[in-house]
Design a protein. Structure first.
Length: 334
């Protein structure tokens, strides 16, 4: 069979060079300076890329994301990404290392999942809401996966059911699963089928175990929590896309420690807590941040019980953090 790579598509003759030709594909893995591209011919090719890139007015720590459609130029066996297709959506976060930069995690996704556990590790207050602040600006549908239910005592179950009630009420489906026992996995498989899904969570929640349960042949490395020293842990910060044999792709976003937002203004936060935004047209002031403003529909909603305190507490916390960050940016000359 002909190796498709050897068939020039758009051949250009260059001085001192053999054929140069272009192929298109999707980025499936980024490792800093290399990008694995699955060409439309099926072949996976490590590529490089030159240049600096910006998005939303900030420097990007990585110019290309998993999920990006790219055009690759292949010359003498070297592959170089020359063009990035326009993105239907993307997920970015503040770079964990450079707080002024943005890190592009994934693009062109259909939906996202945030995996949490109630106690193994302990769920950080506000974690789910922070994750949703990454997906909501692009209206990316999101699901919450509560893993390790096999370990839960009655109180943990109660908390998990409480989260399910709250988030499903707002419009985010919640699935209680056990990746080791297989409980609830089938239902999630139906959600994943034929879609490109980004999945993220704190490290140790069981993402790798979950992906292995869905797709055993992938054999992702899992971490034994019993010898989890935290020191010298190899924590990768790069996402990777896997194909699911029942249809679709899953993008594994590496373990998240914290999520901060140098790319958001207080008003963006207000707009992306979707149930607050939905009622905010009834606030007296169009730029209401739902704190102490008179005639605030969100405050009314909280009082009547139509809106959830838990979300509101987390909202205030994030708002405060962003205001503080903005203050220091304006008053720092470094
Ligand atoms: P990741 O860091 O999110 O990829 O987490 P891993 O998949 O490496 O899992 C961390 C630890 O949790 C491993 O010891 C897994 O065996 C364990 N684990 C994952 N899912 C479950 C589950 O549903 N139940 C129980 N009891 N343990 C789990
Ligand atoms: Zn308001």
């Amino acid at each position: 069979m002909l190796n498709l790579l050897l068939v020039p598509r758009r051949a250009v003759i260059r001085p001192n060079s053999i054929f140069v030709y272009m192929q298109e594909g999707t980025v499936i893995k980024t490792t800093g300076s290399w990008y694995d591209v699955r060409l439309d011919s099926g072949e996976i090719l490590p590529c490089r890329m030159k240049g600096k890139f910006r998005l939303e007015g900030k420097s990007l720590t990585n110019p290309v994301a998993v999920g990006d459609r790219v055009r690759v130029e292949i010359e003498d066996g070297d592959a170089m990404i020359k063009e990035i297709g326009s993105r239907s959506n993307y997920v970015i976060r503040q770079s964990p290392r450079k707080k002024h930069d943005l890190h592009l995690i994934a693009s062109n996704i259909d939906q996202a999942m945030v995996m949490v556990t109630i106690n193994y590790p302990q769920l950080k207050q506000g974690f789910i809401d922070r994750f949703l602040l990454m997906t909501e600006p692009h209206d990316i549908p999101a699901h919450v996966i509560v893993n390790k239910v096999d370990l839960y005592n009655d109180q943990d179950i109660e908390i998990a059911e409480g989260l399910k009630f709250i988030y499903e009420h707002i419009g985010y489906p919640v699935h209680l699963v056990s990746s080791t026992e297989g409980t609830g996995i089938e239902a999630v498989r139906d959600v994943l089928k034929d879609k490109t899904t980004l999945i993220g969570g704190q490290s140790g929640v069981g993402k790798s175990t979950f992906i292995n349960a869905l797709q055993p042949h992938l054999e992702l490395k899992t971490t034994d929590l019993s010898d989890y020293s935290g020191k010298g842990q190899h924590t990768t910060t790069f996402a990777e896309m896997f194909e699911l044999d029942f249809g679709g792709f899953i993008i594994d976003m590496p373990g998240i420690k914290t999520l901060s937002f140098n790319n958001l203004e207080p008003m963006d936060v207000a707009h992306n807590f979707r149930e607050f935004f939905a009622v905010s047209e009834n606030c007296k002031y169009p730029d209401c941040l739902h704190r102490n403003e008179p005639g605030c529909a969100v405050k009314e909603g909280l009082e009547s019980g139509a809106l959830f305190e838990l979300r509101y507490m987390n909202y205030l916390k994030i708002l405060e953090e962003i205001e503080e960050q903005n203050y220091w940016e304006r008053h720092s000359h470094f």
